[in-house]
Write a protein that binds this ligand. Structure first.
Ligand SMILES: Cc1cc2nc3c(=O)[nH]c(=O)nc-3n(C[C@H](O)[C@H](O)[C@H](O)COP(=O)(O)O)c2cc1C
Length: 407
């Protein structure tokens, strides 16, 4: 078991405890209000034994995490803490959030944080709360804080805005796009079955499970059943073993493996002969080949309608797109678009069409054409290149357009 420390919102210290093999896929455990990470002891051990690396954190004002001097215990501060912790992890974890921890996790990833996690398990996180119940719970918590001798900061009770938490939880729910499991304790007096199934319907593809014989604090009440439910879900929806391609097996896995190589995006252009019409297509198979002589290549599918013109043209151009040119990338990758009517371009010095304001333009003379399976490898000698140092690239990774994040 190793201690770990993270920087939360505005730099506050968030403490965690790590178990399991750092090479295993990561699960992060976020406790409920008025608890500490100790609540997860048995669950964390079970997950680590089943081949998951586990980090259990203390929320701000709880356990060993910092108790902020300014008393900031509003919901937004918890959400920002979790986002900050997630951004410091080496891989995207599955988050298990109990009660308050579940609201925080749902808001952190539903409000524009999809890239921060690979799955979400909500443990008895009620989407609605009867105020009399919460007063009861607050009374119990206050009494607990007195007996637990400082396990959490009682100022939290005054500062926390329950309504904001519930509203943000419910608003974020439909935007969560990853495997989600909602687990409810069948005896929970905080989360009723009807409101739980309503929120599950709101989250695309979410699963629902109920644990008999357990109340609101699942991990303490029936950690054995709770862990088994988590592991069943994890094995099915976020499996430990990553997909593998073997020669002859499915092309989709191969494509996904190749998609792990992040690239820029180009549009390859030429004039068709003899019509003189410009042709072009989006291509990310661009590679620099040689500096002396100056060579580059792109791979063009044998099914491409532009292939014949590109093979026959003596000159072609590779236009590297900037972040604002995603529309051009779309237009040049879809059939039936008036590609050059929708995109500003001009004739280059070496008889190839150049997209205006590209991040870079490479004007090439056709050097060699090689067979490349279902593609043709088009090698060009660079006659002229220009680029704009003030722009950022459009990126493509795992089948999606991306932008650079500077940190
Ligand atoms: C990001 C991205 C990268 C692409 N890279 C290539 C590529 O390297 N080679 C290729 O032949 N097609 C590539 N395509 C697909 C073509 O752009 C697409 O099939 C296009 O419709 C071909 O046009 P054409 O048939 O008019 O030549 C890519 C598409 C996208 C969205």
């Amino acid at each position: 078991m190793a201690q770990s420390q993270f920087k939360g919102f505005a730099g506050i210290a968030i403490r965690g405890e790590m178990r399991g093999d750092p090479d295993d896929p990561l699960v992060i455990l976020v406790h409920g209000g008025g608890q500490t990470r100790d609540i997860w002891n048995e669950t964390a051990s079970a997950l680590a034994r089943a081949g998951r690396q586990v980090i259990a954190i203390d929320l701000r004002g709880h356990g060993e995490s910092e108790w902020p001097a300014d008393g900031r215990y509003d919901f937004g501060a918890y959400v920002e803490d979790l986002r900050a912790v997630l951004a410091q992890l080496p891989s995207r974890p599955v988050i298990v959030g109990a009660s308050l921890g579940g609201w925080v996790a749902a808001a952190a990833i539903g409000e524009d944080g999809a890239h921060l996690a690979s799955g979400l398990i909500l443990a008895d996180a009620p989407p609605d709360l009867d105020l009399t119940n919460i007063r009861k719970a607050a009374g119990t918590l206050r009494a607990a804080s007195e007996t637990a001798k400082g396990a959490w900061d009682p100022r939290m009770l005054e500062r926390f805005q329950l309504e904001e938490a519930l509203n943000r939880f419910k608003a974020a729910a439909p935007n969560i796009q990853m495997p989600v499991l909602f687990v409810r304790g069948a005896l929970s007096d905080v989360t009723d079955a009807a409101s739980a199934s309503r929120i599950v319907e709101q989250i695309p593809g979410a699963e629902y499970a109920e644990i008999g014989d357990a109340g609101h604090v699942l991990a303490a009440d029936r950690s054995d059943l709770f862990s088994a439910t988590l592991l069943d879900f994890l094995e099915r929806r976020v499996p430990r073993f990553v997909p593998e391609y073997r020669s002859g097996s499915d092309a989709r896995t191969l494509r996904e493996a190749l998609g792990c190589f992040a690239t820029g995006v180009t549009v390859v252009t030429a004039f068709e002969r003899p019509s003189g019409e410009p042709v072009g297509l989006t291509a990310n198979s661009f590679t620099s080949v040689s500096l002396d002589p100056p060579l580059l290549l792109v791979c063009i599918a044998k099914t491409s309608n532009s292939l014949k013109a590109l093979e026959e043209a003596e000159h072609f151009a590779v236009n590297v797109l900037h972040i604002g040119q995603q529309p051009a990338s779309r237009i040049f990758s879809r059939p039936g678009e008036e590609r050059f009517q929708q995109t500003p371009w001009k004739r280059g010095r070496h008889d190839a069409p150049l997209l205006s304001n590209a991040l870079a333009n490479f004007e090439c003379r056709r050097h060699q054409i090689h067979d490349g399976g279902d593609h043709v490898i088009l090698v060009g000698e660079v006659l002229r290149a220009n680029f704009d140092p003030r722009r950022d690239p459009l990126l493509y990774f795992r089948g999606k357009y991306r932008r650079l994040h500077f940190s």
